[in-house]
Design a protein around this ligand. Structure first.
Ligand SMILES: [Zn+2]
Length: 219
């Protein structure tokens, strides 16, 4: 199963992706995580990424595609993947389709998490994440509080606020997202793969939701 997750930063793609890995046992591929990993490991791709990031420019399609292609070839990705943060441009989407068809595979669905800008802001400024990278639990001080303040329920590590979870950065990210994502959303709509999920700030996606989406899409 190959799933593409679409949604503005703060729409909850990370959480939904994690649920998919649990419900259908597929791998979560996040471009954010990949980029961080490649940079940390000092790979060739990592070096290229670092250069573009220092300049503050967008990562070119070629570099993103190269990084994703490598991930898709891994044995752990053979049962399926949920893509988070990719494709971000129509060119990337077309390339993904081509890359998959060479392997006799195809995208099963592109799920768009739709949530208003106000709700995203509301969500993001209250977000806290587990400092233990292996755990990755995400909380919200308003809608999804940890049992003990500042401590992860799952692993007991401390909770932290992401540096870029402040209002100016969020607003800028949302704006950029809308401008850039429109053609990609249109692309998936034309391909007959788009599935919209309307969410409010307090909505919590569950495993049952994931099961229902999969069913609805298969019909
Ligand atoms: Zn944790």
């Amino acid at each position: 199963m190959i799933i593409v997750l679409l949604g503005a930063p703060g729409s909850g793609k990370g959480t939904v992706a994690k649920l998919f890995t649990e419900v259908v046992n597929i791998e979560h591929i996040s471009t954010g995580d990949i980029f961080r990993e490649e940079i940390e490991n000092g790979t060739e791709i990592g070096k290229k990424l670092e250069k573009t990031m220092v300049r503050g420019s967008l990562v070119p399609d070629e570099i993103v595609i190269e990084a994703i292609e490598q991930r898709l070839k891994r044995p752990s990705a053979q049962n399926g993947v949920v893509l988070d943060g990719f494709p971000r441009t129509t060119k990337q989407a077309e390339y993904l389709k081509e890359m998959l068809s060479k392997q006799g595979k195809k995208i099963d669905m592109a799920i768009q998490l739709k949530i208003s800008d106000e709700d995203i802001i509301d969500r993001t400024i209250e977000r806290r994440i587990c400092s233990n990278k292996k755990c990755g639990a995400i909380y919200n001080l308003k809608y999804n509080k940890p049992r003990q303040e500042g401590i992860c329920d799952k692993c007991g590590s401390s909770l932290i606020r992401r540096e870029d979870d402040n209002i100016e950065t969020i607003q800028r990210r949302i704006k950029t997202y809308h401008t850039r994502s429109e053609p990609v959303i249109k692309y998936f709509e034309n391909e007959g793969l788009l599935y919209n999920v309307d969410l409010k700030a307090e909505d919590k996606v569950t495993k049952n939701d994931i099961k229902r989406w999969i069913k609805e899409i298969k019909n």
